[in-house]
Design a protein around this ligand. Structure first.
Ligand code: GDP
Ligand code: IMO
Ligand code: MG
Length: 433
């Protein structure tokens, strides 16, 4: 089996969805294995734009099976809305979408808890989550006592499970300052979730067994990471992270497929940096250039619509996340967004308390104090959005890509010069300037 993975190497939104769609053609299965509807993956093809949150980005490719594996947290209402939205556009998922019976269910109390924590923590400490209930759902998964999995939705006993948890959640929220009036009505929620369960029943199965069989049968499986490696719960910029292992280390845990079946990992990185929500961002641009990148790259969240913070490419951070994720090659995306700039800067090191380093700090307090050391590259100042080969790119764009390759220490195999599926350049070894 050739397991291929697509992992974001920054703080999310690296255009993983675009790349997964582009790669999906030769694949038997596309798998989402962590995160939830905090993800927003965009696919643009045939003049149509699709924004996917829980459904894998292989969905436009008619022959792929799409799997949402055990490590994902699923909001039944949102996934049903997504299934219906695709059906309305002529994409039928019955028989082409499988949801793990081990995946955990996001309930209304998770969304309420996410919002309350957001309101309770002011200023710089605020994580700025997507408010999709992701952190609270993973917290209940690890805590075990108040968790419901997709398999529970279609088994006897759901009513009692919901009643116990809803009563506990109502009582525990009453102890917080502005949530005294929150009440989870057992009857309403039970009725709602029994209805979701019936609608989702045809999709729920044991995806761990399905993927292990695929391994035995030598199938081509593409793993679609959500978020980015720097948002990884264990190895990212904690606590300004998401609640799952969003770097390459999460693939096996979330899918159930052992690491030895993963043949290639493509690390996806923008030609600059963005971040949504709180947390340190050493190369952030809070000036006109940052604004120019935001407008040109349409850097507004796919899930929340929030403006994304923009900055120069950070080779210290990406070298770290490429190593952490075991990237065997790189995809550089959004190269076209830099086409107007006279000069492009790349962070090649940090100065922390007078010391130069290329090591990505493990503590955010140190990252907060990091002063980026920049190298300047000349801009190419021409439209590259119609280039279809590496040779067609202006010489200066080629050298920029080449410079990134050398700083990260991993070869580049794909360059993206626009949102459309067709605006993708496949590179071959030895092509670089
Ligand atoms: P994901 O979460 O990693 O899948 O990325 P998002 O979909 O959240 O954000 C990427 C955005 O950039 C989407 O609006 C894409 O349509 C768009 N996009 C993807 N690749 C390119 C590119 O090469 N150039 C430009 N200008 N836009 C791109
Ligand atoms: P895709 O898959 C960008 C960020 C949030 C917040 C932090 C925690 O589209 O790249 P959470 O709701 O997960 O508890 O929020 O993580 N975040 C993302 N940022 N892209 C994403 O997904 C993200 N998913 C979560 O903005 O800072
Ligand atoms: Mg996104």
């Amino acid at each position: 089996m050739a397991g291929l993975c697509v992992i974001g190497l920054q703080w999310g939104d690296e255009a993983k969805g675009k790349l997964v769609d582009w790669l999906a053609d030769g694949q038997d299965i596309v798998v989402r294995y962590q995160g939830g509807a905090n993800a927003g993956h965009t696919v643009v093809a045939g003049g149509q734009t699709y924004k996917l949150h829980l459904i894998p980005s292989g969905v436009l490719c008619p022959r792929t099976l799409n799997v949402v594996a055990a490590g994902v947290v699923i909001d039944p209402e949102l996934i049903l809305r997504e299934i219906q939205g695709l059906r309305d556009r002529g994409i039928e998922l019955v028989g082409r979408l499988v949801l793990s019976d081990r995946a955990h269910v996001v309930f209304p109390w998770h969304v309420v808890e996410d919002r309350i924590w957001h309101e309770l923590v002011p200023g710089d400490g605020n994580l700025g989550t997507t408010l999709r209930g992701i952190g609270p759902c993973y917290r209940d998964k690890v805590g075990r006592s108040f968790a419901v999995r997709m398999g529970d939705l279609i088994r006897p006993g759901l009513r009692e499970q919901i009643a116990t948890i809803a009563r506990f959640k109502t009582a525990s929220l009453k102890s917080l300052p502005h949530t005294q009036s929150v009440e989870f009505d057992v009857e309403t929620i039970t009725r709602q979730f029994l209805d979701y369960a019936e609608q989702l029943r045809p999709y729920i199965a044991d995806t761990t067994a399905l993927l292990l069989d695929a391994v035995d049968d030598d199938k081509q499986v593409l793993f679609e990471g959500a978020q980015g490696a720097l948002l990884d719960i264990d190895h990212g910029t904690f606590p300004y992270v998401t609640s799952s292992n969003s770097s390459g280390v999460g693939i096996s845990a979330g899918s159930g497929v052992p690491p030895r079946f993963i043949a290639r990992t493509i690390g996806v990185m923008k030609a600059y940096s963005t971040r949504v929500g709180g947390g340190p961002f050493p190369t952030e641009l809070q000036d006109a250039i940052g604004q120019q990148i935001r407008e040109r790259g349409r850097e507004y969240g796919t899930t929340t619509g929030r403006p994304r913070r923009c900055g120069w490419f950070d080779a210290v951070a990406v070298r770290y996340s490429a190593r952490l994720s075991g990237a065997s090659s790189l995809a550089v995306t959004m190269l076209d967004v830099l086409s107007d700039l006279d000069e492009i800067r790349v962070c090649v090191g940090y100065e922390i308390d007078g010391q130069l380093t290329r090591q990505f700090p493990s503590h955010v307090a140190d990252l907060q104090r990091a002063v980026p050391i920049f190298e300047n590259c000349a801009g190419w100042k021409s439209d590259i959005s119609n280039c279809t080969t590496f040779e067609e790119l202006p010489r200066l764009a080629q050298s920029y890509v080449d410079r990134l390759t050398h700083l990260i220490g991993v070869p580049i195999d794909t360059i993206s010069v626009g949102p459309d599926r067709r605006q993708t350049i496949a590179c071959h070894e030895g092509q670089f300037a």
